[in-house]
Ligand binder design. Structure first.
Ligand code: DI6
Ligand code: FE
Length: 417
């Protein structure tokens, strides 16, 4: 017997092929935390009551894969509202960074926080993402910038995932900014990240991928290449913040290392888009940062489509450039600001986001064999998921077949037969 069977619903399976991969009179079967059936109710092998312990009719609701936020910096302490005020008065993000503010002000707050304080400060942000429908969230380090504090951030991310019952994918972002103590010694810091920070995080099982900020105010291509060599030697997957504010050829470099994704990409050139297509790297679009920084140059969506580069959409949740705790809002911005179709935005927050995390076999679509991560939405049209500026609210969210408790609403008892 299956554990649960949901019927009388529309399934947006998001399996590759038709938009939404929709089944209108759908059914979703779950057993042992995995999907055992996803398709038309007429294809069920037996009568519902004979198949599952619990059978629920969903009254025509829409069921989608659990959303996947494949790019966040949600573990941090403090905030950057003062910097926001400075920018509104005309200061540029890059100038604030160069004057020692920006990322480094969050580094000071993170270093001063204990592990428990960091977890407590970050938990509401993860809870908000879950309330927006997320069942998998990637979290980057990058505000510790020394071995002890980067490990503390990765530990906080690990604990948050376990506490909240969602899958958390941890990315080491040691090359996010140059810490003040290495001001005269860039090469020394890059060496520390490659030779100590990454191997130590990997040895402790605290890291799933590595990332770097390849930018004029971040790190150069050759410094990133050094990190990617170290990651390759250990077998750690790589991804890259590339071409957010200028074109340094980061996306091409990432592609040459078989990166899972290149992220931002406002300034990417066509050769590098072609290289990404060849490498199968996902283009992760981060409209929250584009919006919050008041950028005007959009990522080249038409080129991604033409070269068949898969596009993901993520929140980039961080205190400096994207204080955004809703994946639905990021989907809305991807449509309004970048011109994605609503089904592209949903694919970007499900199937393509899974690929950007190297988890395409495990999550991202409603298909038999995958984890039973899904969300139920009381909407009449699929496009509504990208329509609300603040994001649509899922009625219920399941991760690994278990219903997640959401703030303000007691856990719902499943109807037993
Ligand atoms: N790009 C971003 O948009 C964030 N990090 C990065 O590499 C910004 C991080 C911050 O300003 O705190
Ligand atoms: Fe980012």
């Amino acid at each position: 017997m299956w554990d649960a069977l949901f019927t009388d619903c529309r399934l947006a399976t998001m399996a590759a092929g038709a938009p939404y991969g929709a089944a209108s009179d759908g059914a979703l079967g779950v057993a042992g935390g995995r999907i055992v059936f996803a398709g038309a109710a007429s294809d069920l092998p037996d009568r519902p009551e004979r198949l599952a312990i619990s059978v629920e009719r969903l009254g025509g609701a829409l069921v989608t894969p659990g959303l996947i936020d494949c790019h966040t910096h949600l573990v941090f302490a403090g905030d950057r509202a003062a910097e926001f005020e400075m920018r509104l008065k005309g200061a540029r993000y890059e100038d604030i960074a160069q004057a020692g503010g920006g990322i480094l002000s969050t580094v000071n707050a993170v270093r001063a926080a204990s592990l428990d304080e960091l977890i407590a400060a970050s938990r509401p942000r993860l809870a908000a993402l879950i309330a927006s429908g997320a069942t998998t969230v990637e979290i980057k380090s990058g505000y510790g910038l020394d071995v002890e504090n980067e490990l503390k951030m990765l530990e906080a991310a690990t604990r948050l995932g376990a506490d909240c019952g969602v899958r958390v994918v941890r990315t080491l972002l040691g090359l996010h900014a140059l810490p003040p103590e290495f001001h005269q010694d860039r090469a020394g810091y890059v060496r520390l990240v490659c030779e100590v920070m990454l191997p130590e995080a990997w040895r402790r099982g605290l890291v799933d991928a590595v990332d770097a900020f390849c930018e004029g105010i971040g790190f150069a291509r050759d410094e990133v290449a050094e990190l990617f060599e170290a990651a390759r030697a250990l077998g750690v997957p790589v991804k890259l913040h590339a071409e957010q504010l200028s074109d340094l050829g980061g996306a091409g470099l990432a592609a040459s290392y078989g990166a899972l994704s290149a992220d931002h990409l406002e300034y990417v050139n066509e050769d590098d888009v072609a290289a990404m297509a060849k490498a199968g790297a996902v283009a992760v679009l981060l409209p929250g940062a584009y919006y919050f920084l008041g950028e005007t140059r959009r990522p080249p969506i038409a080129l991604f489509r033409r070269h068949r580069v898969a596009m993901a959409v993520a929140s980039d949740l961080n205190p400096g450039t994207s204080p955004l705790c809703s994946l639905g809002a990021a989907m809305n911005m991807a449509c309004v600001l970048f011109g994605l179709a609503p089904e592209e935005a949903l694919a970007g927050a499900t199937r393509n986001a899974a690929a950007a995390l190297g988890l395409g076999e495990e999550i991202g679509t409603l298909e038999a064999g995958k984890a039973a991560d899904f969300a139920i939405w009381r909407v009449a049209r699929e496009a509504e998921l990208a329509y609300w500026i603040s994001g649509a609210a899922p009625e219920r969210v399941f991760a690994g077949g278990k219903e997640l408790r959401r703030s303000g609403r007691p856990e719902r008892k499943t109807q037993e037969r």
